[in-house]
Design a protein around this ligand. Structure first.
Ligand code: AMP
Length: 112
């Protein structure tokens, strides 16, 4: 997988507002927030997009959801939305798997 800006954030080569970190995952605030609370949860493992995850990533993917839960609670969210854009057609711009977590306002459905 080619290098992305998120690899640099993982290596602390560029700054980010980090909310949570462990050996497998990192959560940090989105630099262009679309809601009062908007953070990203990423695996440290370089997976370009969800469709490239494999059976070997099963527990890692579950872990990312639990990190999302944990940081959402830390941020005081009682309701929140997870979004993963998979592929350019879906709006993915950074090709390192990430889960958007949005909250702090009411969210419309369906999304655009
Ligand atoms: P996506 O369009 O789903 O690939 O989402 C990529 C997200 O990464 C966007 O919401 C960007 O605002 C966010 N982003 C890009 N660069 C940074 C950065 N350096 N720090 C935090 N968030 C970033």
């Amino acid at each position: 997988m080619s290098e992305t800006i998120f690899s640099k954030i993982i290596r602390k080569e560029i700054p980010a507002a980090i909310l949570y970190e462990d050996e497998l995952a990192l959560a940090f605030r989105d630099v262009n927030p679309q809601a009062p609370v908007h953070f990203l949860v990423i695996p440290k493992k370089a997976i370009a997009k969800l469709s490239e995850a494999t059976e070997d990533d099963q527990s890692l993917l579950g872990h990312l959801l639990l990190v999302a839960n944990r940081v959402a609670a830390q941020e005081g969210l009682t309701g929140f939305r997870l979004v993963t854009n998979c592929g350019a057609e879906a709006g993915q711009t950074v090709f390192h798997l990430h889960i958007h977590v949005l909250g702090g306002r009411s969210l419309d459905w369906p999304p655009g």
